[in-house]
Design a binder for this molecule. Structure first.
Ligand code: GLN
Length: 539
């Protein structure tokens, strides 16, 4: 089978939406009946994203096979409705690691192993392998970083070599930025011209330029970029800021992008169908009612990154669930530390239809989160706890219902007399030996649901599979005690007996899950538990 590749590279600056552009181009090609997969190349030396601070790098997205990857992988999964694997993700560290391992195993048969060509060749091997594994007609490859940096040169070199080898089946998209300086009030094309030249100096010529900016680009600028950057006018695409990322595929199609791509690949024209996608993206414009959800956690923001990058999958899962109920969603971030300094401020939670506590690590803001959970349990406010949000719901229950006032997770209090959340001997060893990279409980695990429960009804299944990323676990010594008092264990991993779901009796919706359901939610196929949570919030 013939595999085609589209490399997406960034110019001018980072943070302009290469990931969403990559996912959206994938989507419009998919809507023409092509089989599409996507690869993210992260130039970092980290072997995976698991050791990167989400506040700086964004969410760590987890695949079914337990890889800790970049948040863009989540965009690909959501837009392409696909389950990707570690094959679809690489970093500089990972590529070098393989080459060094091969060298140690004498696989280069005595040759000198050099940065060029051996590193780009390993990159190419990985790209082609991903295309083959997915049986993809088209493979989108996003090269992280910006052209002109040292960091991604070897990846651009790999792309150049692939194009040299098979020019008809490799295309390049440059995602650039067109600023509108306030004192001038007009859109400037020069930075994009320079970015194109920088890309040219790496031996690559863009087939398309996607022009990000606050506004639509006008005709004179399109023509100017076409002439100065040596790209046909129809291949210069305007991509202004839009209310929702889900509007971008339609925006691209309004400029015939997918048919121009097919022409470039010398493929026959094919009909397109983006109707269901557009209908999903339209709900936020047409819906009349709004559901108000509070997300409680420790607050962090540094530089360009804030909570919204760290929890992108949670946000998208909530939106998708709300839209499936044909309502808009208002999301507020609530700093749990406020409840520690001003305990009375907890009453502000009554403004919300539902409260969610997402995953997290460490000790900061924990008592505030526990106070919020107590409020939800007592006042019967719909509560959804993800991972840490489940663990802390168990801590709250142990303290205030079982009367074990100092109960805790050993992550926060190693010496607690009531370690309701504890750590397995294997994980303890990892911690003691500082083995942190890729050693959490990661990826998809089965979970057996107890029939008749709220969760089993939401899933309409008896066994489910969900993705994990955590080190600590519910301590089964407390299982009987919590169930007696009404916190039911409604989901268990069949092999290990590990508790995966707890659910409170006689409450409209109080569910804690040890896994991360947000990773499997898709805009066109929202997650059943998020749907049930929003459903309860609407009531
Ligand atoms: N910190 C907790 C653990 O490691 C929860 C992790 C999470 O929420 N992803 O078990």
């Amino acid at each position: 089978m013939k595999h085609r590749y589209i490399f997406v590279v960034g110019g001018v600056m980072s943070g302009v939406g290469k990931g969403v552009t990559t996912a959206s181009i994938g989507k419009i090609l998919q809507s023409r009946g092509l089989h599409v997969t996507a690869i993210k190349i992260d130039p970092y030396v980290n072997v995976d994203a698991g050791t990167m601070n989400p506040v700086e790098h964004g969410e760590v997205f987890v695949t079914d096979d337990g890889d800790e990857t970049d948040q863009d992988m989540g965009n690909y999964e959501r837009f392409l409705e696909a389950d990707l694997t570690s094959t679809n993700y690489m970093t500089t560290g990972r590529v070098y690691q393989t080459v060094i391992e091969k060298e140690r195993n004498l696989e280069y048969k005595g040759k000198c192993v050099e940065v060029v060509p051996h590193i780009p060749l390993e990159v190419i091997r990985r790209i082609k392998n991903a295309a083959q594994m997915a049986k993809a007609d088209v493979t989108m490859v996003e090269v992280g970083g910006t052209v002109g940096e040292y960091q991604n040169i070897l990846f651009l070199e790999a792309a150049r070599m692939m194009h040299l080898d098979d020019p008809e089946n490799v295309l390049f998209v440059l995602v650039s930025y067109l600023p509108v300086p306030k004192h001038l009030g007009e859109m400037k094309t020069k930075p994009t011209q320079y970015a194109t030249r920088t890309l040219n100096s790496a031996g690559i010529h863009p087939d398309f330029i996607v022009c990000r900016g606050e506004q639509f680009m006008d005709k004179p600028r399109r023509e100017k970029l076409s002439v100065f950057c040596n790209v046909k006018p129809e291949a210069v695409i305007t991509a202004p800021d839009v209310p929702s990322i889900y509007d971008i595929p339609a925006l691209f199609e309004s400029q015939d992008l997918s048919s121009t791509i097919l022409k470039k690949f010398k493929m026959k024209p094919r009909s397109t169908d983006l109707r269901t996608w557009k209908a999903m993206a339209d709900v936020q414009r047409t819906a009349k009612r709004t559901v108000k959800i509070g997300v409680v956690g420790k607050y962090f923001a540094t530089g360009d990154y804030t909570l919204s990058d760290s929890y992108i999958s949670v946000i998208e899962a909530l939106k998708a669930a709300a839209w499936s109920h044909k309502v808009k969603i208002q999301l507020d971030w609530i700093n749990s530390e406020d409840f520690e300094t001003h305990p009375k401020s907890i009453s502000r939670l009554k403004e919300y239809d539902g409260i969610l506590v997402p995953g997290g690590f460490g000790t900061r803001g924990i008592e505030g989160i526990i106070a919020a959970i107590k409020y939800c349990r007592e006042k019967k406010v719909p509560y959804f706890g993800l991972c840490y949000g489940m663990q802390l719901a168990c801590v709250e229950f142990a303290r205030h219902v079982l009367g074990k006032t100092t109960a805790h997770t050993v992550e926060v209090d190693e010496a607690t007399v009531d370690p309701i959340i504890h750590v397995s001997p294997i994980q303890l060893k990892n911690i003691r030996e500082n083995r942190y990279g890729g050693t959490m409980r990661l990826g998809a695990f089965d979970c057996k649901l107890q029939p008749g429960t709220l969760t089993a009804k939401a899933y309409r299944a008896s066994v489910i599979s969900e993705r994990h990323r955590h080190r600590y676990e519910f301590n089964n010594d407390y299982a009987e005690a919590i169930e007696k008092k009404g916190l039911m264990i409604t989901g268990v991993n069949p092999g290990s007996g590990l508790v995966e779901i707890v659910e409170l009796k006689n409450h409209p919706f109080f569910v804690g899950v040890q896994f991360h359901p947000e990773f499997k939610s898709r805009p066109l196929n929202p997650h059943p538990l998020f749907k049930a949570f929003i459903g309860a919030a609407l009531k």
